[in-house]
Design a protein around this ligand. Structure first.
Ligand SMILES: [Zn+2]
Length: 315
């Protein structure tokens, strides 16, 4: 039996998670560092190198070490770079793979974080054995990884699969990409918060009492308590997402769509309106052929497993 080990690195705006993963998809050990503590790319690379070496030493990994997979926002699979990320400390283009290659004589693959999530689902999670599916990550924004015929779709420049930036509303909400009405301005934690605030304002109940900080967890808890506006905010988010997903289906005809990330933890509160709207808006040709399901990965390790699977996929 092949007892290989790989390193998975998930680079996020808040945390960078580094884990050692075995051939069965078990994260043996991990370490979390604060991304924003490393304003200079050189010092960030240095801490990554030190941490990876520590994890490898801890498990005496030598010959069984097969490589490093990295998931990152705005990650370019072809170039091994992170390009113009809105929420990371390093501006412009950061040649992450090239810099790490100076320290490790092993295979290093970097890709977009949502694409890594999709690969993770295919190797270890809810998309095992599937060849045509889409993973939607519902966090601060909306990311997507599209798999066709068993392969991630990268496009000619490495930036394919930005479903979050398909325009769903003409002259809609301002998006971080500089345009208006993108799907992620409605269907993300940020989108949900803005919808809830809009509803509160319409009902003359904004700002809320005691200056409560409104985040997606608060809205979820309010919805569970029966707060009508919170439930309406989830219903609207699901309705928009259902339309966005029904649109996405016509391009690649997936059999499964996996919802992953913070907002997907709201379970029925988000799944139910999304599936209803999806079925109402799906073209007849695809009716009853596409399932919308939750992630099959343990949440704490999901992003590390996704990154690790970039290497495991090739073994
Ligand atoms: Zn946009």
């Amino acid at each position: 039996m092949n007892k290989y080990r790989v390193i998975g690195i998930d680079i996020g705006g808040t945390n960078t998670k580094i884990g050692l993963v075995d051939a069965d998809g078990v994260c043996l050990t991990k370490k979390i560092i604060k991304t924003a503590d490393y304003i200079a790319l050189e010092s960030y690379i240095e801490v990554i190198v030190t941490t990876v070496n520590k994890l490898l030493a801890l498990f005496n990994v030598e010959e069984s070490f097969k490589g490093i997979g990295i998931g990152a926002p705005n990650g370019n699979h072809y170039k091994g770079t992170i390009e113009y990320p809105p929420n990371l400390p390093w501006k412009g283009v950061s040649p992450i793979v090239e810099l790490l290659k100076r320290h490790f004589d092993t295979e290093i693959i970097l890709t977009n974080d949502a694409d890594a999530a999709a690969m993770g689902e295919m190797i270890y999670g809810a998309a095992k054995g599937k060849k045509d599916f889409i993973v939607i990550t519902l966090g601060t924004g909306l990311g997507s990884g599209i798999v066709v015929n068993g392969e991630i779709v990268n496009g000619h420049d490495g930036f394919a699969g930005e479903i979050g930036h398909s325009i769903i509303e003409i002259n809609g909400r301002d998006c971080g990409c500089g345009r208006k009405g993108c799907l992620e301005t409605y269907c993300s934690a940020t989108g949900l918060i803005n919808t809830y605030i809009e509803l509160l304002k319409k009902n003359n109940s904004y700002p809320p009492v005691n200056n409560t900080i409104i985040d997606s967890l608060y809205i979820y808890q309010q919805a569970l308590k029966g707060d009508k506006l919170a439930i309406e905010a989830f219903d609207f988010t699901g309705e928009m997402l259902g339309i966005g997903l029904a649109n996405a289906v016509v391009y690649t005809s997936p059999d499964t769509i996996i919802l992953y990330g913070g907002l997907a933890n709201a379970k029925e509160m988000i799944f139910s309106p999304t599936i209803k709207s999806f079925n109402n808006n799906l073209m007849n040709l695809y009716k009853d052929k596409v399932r919308i399901i939750p992630s099959g990965l343990k949440e704490d390790d999901a992003a590390i497993l996704g990154a690790a699977s970039l290497i495991s996929h090739r073994i």
